[in-house]
Write a protein that binds this ligand. Sequence first.
Ligand SMILES: [Zn+2]
Length: 186
Amino acid sequence: MNCPYCNHNETKVIDSRESKDGTSIKRRRECLYCQKRFSTNEKILKLDLEVTKSNGSVEVFNLQKIKNSLLKACEKRPVTLEQIEAVLEQVVGDVKNLEGTCIATKDIGGIVMDKLLLLDEIAFLKFAIVHNNYETMGDFLGQIEGLRSLDGKEFARNLIKKEERTVSVSSAEERVSLTDTQGGRV
Ligand SMILES: [Zn+2]
């Protein structure tokens, strides 16, 4: 931790306070060189939690990884860094409430998607597509419908409606071209 005034790298902690939800620690520090004081807000990025991936491998829960994916999904979207930080705090809160010390990557993905959908639909879609190798549109819709938020269910219903519309339009076109062919034969 470098002093923001003189860039000296030794500071002492005067006061330390954990945030209400336990995801960050606010520290009051004093520079050992220039004696000026400043505050830091340090995120707790690691939980004592293991994550099982779809290929069966296990790794330590890493919030930074989720943050990087969120930043990527929210690129060029009207989402602020503060909003992303808030999503991360909610995710940590939800993950901490889960039973056991092991969670599947897809469950974490579901929790993140649930929060992201409320923030920005396009960012949500980008995140969902990168994180799940959907085989079909049905797989995709099925997962969205499984989201806990009301918005998730509403969103899935709207997508299904759009898909049905596309299907009925293409069968109408087929009928038209069929009539043309028959007409040609006569
Ligand atoms: Zn200093």
